[in-house]
Design a protein. Structure first.
Length: 223
């Protein structure tokens, strides 16, 4: 395999890792908020944030173009204020992968936090722990297996993201072309050996991730 294939693999891993890290932070924060706080519109917010699970990736890509494109309200502001352009960049691919995979960690985190016994949290407060200490020493450790399982699913989903990423970042070899797009273009070009190699790598990684997520989910269920 030539160097371009390994560049594509490295770029895909970079995009997936960034998307996973962002979603881990956002998923924990929003998941805890939806699990522990009661406010008007809570379920509506949950439904909106879960939409990427059911909307076609191309529709999500279109929404991103409207938002962060050069004519989008956020994209034009970034361009005029800081000279930042997210379209046809690997950062744009990260944003697309983050949006598409976010519901996976959100639902896992919310479910994990809701499963934590609030009596244990109250007991920690009685013992003198502040809210942050209760979260860091009681809530998060007990919810962590479920959160980690969702995070692994986010990583696997980010590896295979295609539609939204293609619309926002394009498929520029060495710059924005990820594994899924490289497979598609290899098949279109009749490069079967390259397509097979990329498919095997993607499949092996995703199977390993799914097995790990399944083990974490079972471990959480037995607690």
């Amino acid at each position: 395999m030539d160097a371009a294939v390994w560049i594509t693999i490295a770029l895909t891993l970079k995009v997936a890792l960034w998307a996973t890290a962002i979603n881990l932070v956002l998923g924990v924060a929003v998941g805890w908020l939806l699990a522990r706080k009661r406010f008007i519109g809570r379920e509506f917010i949950d439904a909106v944030l879960t939409l990427p699970l059911v909307l076609p990736p191309t529709v999500l890509g279109y929404y991103l173009l409207v938002l962060v494109g050069k004519r989008g309200w956020l994209g034009s502001w970034l361009q005029e204020s800081f000279g930042i352009n997210l379209i046809f960049t690997w950062q744009g691919a990260v944003i697309a992968a983050t949006l598409v995979s976010f519901p996976l960690v959100l639902r896992s985190a919310r479910g994990a936090f809701e499963a934590v016994d609030t009596q244990l949290e109250n007991a920690a407060r009685v013992l003198g722990l502040g809210e942050w200490a209760v979260f860091a020493r009681v809530t998060l450790p007990m919810a962590w297996p479920g959160i980690l399982a969702g995070t692994l699913l986010v990583f696997a989903r980010s590896l295979g993201e295609f539609g939204a990423t293609l619309m926002v970042a394009g498929s520029i070899p060495g710059r924005t072309q990820t594994l899924s797009m490289a497979v598609y273009e290899a098949v279109q070009a009749g490069q079967d050996s390259e397509a097979n190699f990329l498919v095997v790598i993607t499949s092996v990684v995703c199977v390993a991730v799914l097995l790990s997520a399944g083990r974490l989910a079972r471990a959480r269920a037995y607690k």
